[in-house]
Design a protein around this ligand. Sequence first.
Ligand code: ATP
Ligand code: FE
Length: 335
Amino acid sequence: IFILGIESSCDDTAASVIHNGKILSNVIASQKIHEEFGGVVPELASRAHQQNIVPVVNQAIKKANITKEQLSAIAFTRGPGLMGSLLVGTSFAKSLAMGLNIPLIDVNHMQAHILAHFIDEEGFNKPPFPFLAMTISGGHTQIVKVSSYFDMEVLGETIDDAVGEAYDKSGKILGLGYPAGPEIDRLAQLGNPKAYSFTKPKVGGLNFSFSGLKTAILYFIQREVKVNPNFIKENINDICASIQFTIIGILIDKLKLASKQTGINHIAIGGGVSANSGIRHALKTGETKFDWITYVPKFEFTTDNAAMIAIVGYLKYLENDFSKQDVTASARLKI
Ligand code: ATP
Ligand code: FE
C-alpha cells in the first residue's frame, strides 16, 4: 500500500510517500519569507504553499521511485492550523484523489505528531497502548492518553501560550531570529541553567501556562538592560540555559503528575519542541529516576513533516476510514 501524505497547516509545505509504514520519501519546503517578520504571516504562507505544493508533491513521488498511478490513497492535514494554509493542501489533495480515482483520507495534525511514533524506523520502538503522549509544538502543549491509534483523550493542555511559543517569544525578547527554539537550545548548551531563576506558573492539574513566564523574562531583561546595556550579549548562554531549565522543569513536573494519576509509565513526546536536547535528556533521566519507558521521535519527525501525515493515512487506510468528498479544512480541529 502506497500512501501520499500532504502537510500544509502552517509554514512548511511537505509531501511524503510511505509503503506499508516505511518511508520512501519525505520532502519539505520551509518558507524562509517569515524570518524577516519574526513570525508566520498567514497571507504569505498561503501563497507560498500554492507555489510549492506541486513541485513538492512531484518530488516526493519521484524520490519514492513510483508513479502517481501506483498510489493507494491520499492523506492530507485537515487541521488544526492556519485556514489559508490548510485550504491549499486540502483542495490539492481532493483534486489529486479525484483525478487518480483513489480514496482521500483526512488527518488531524496533532494526532499525527503523536502517531509519528508508528513510522517503521530502525532503532525506534513503538509505544504500547495505553501510553501518555506530550505534544509540545508551536501551537499546542497537551498531555494525551493514547488508548489506541484513534482513541485519544486530552488530559491537560495550555490555557494560554504553547511551549514553542514560549521559546519563540523569549527569543524575540533576546533579539534572536525566528523560530528561536533551536537557537535557544544551542546557546543553552554552554550556559549555567541555575544562573537566573524564573518562578514557575501555578496552574492546577495537568494544564499548562506559559504566558506568565514570557512576561517574567521580559521584565527581567528590561531591568537588567537598564543597568547594563550589554547584559544580553554578555550573558546570552546563561540566560538561554536558565529559560530552558525552567521550561523543561514545568514539562517534566506535569508528566510526573500525569504518570502518577494514570499509572501509565510509557511516555512519548511529539511536536517541534521534542527536538529539544534538554527535554530529550530529561526524559532519559526519567527512565532511571521514575521508572519511565520513554519514546522520542527521530529528529526529522519532530517539527512539521508529511511522513507523520502519511503514516496516519496508512493506519486509517487499514481501517477503511476514508473521507467524504465534501470534507472541509478545520482551523481548530480537536484531537
Ligand atoms: P502545531 O503543531 O501546534 O500546529 P507547529 O506545527 O507550528 O504548531 P511544530 O512545527 O511542530 O509547530 O514546532 C515548531 C516549534 O518547535 C517552534 O516554536 C520552534 O521554536 C520549536 N522548536 C524546534 N526545535 C526546537 C528545539 N530544539 N528546542 C526548542 N524548541 C524547538
Ligand atoms: Fe506541528
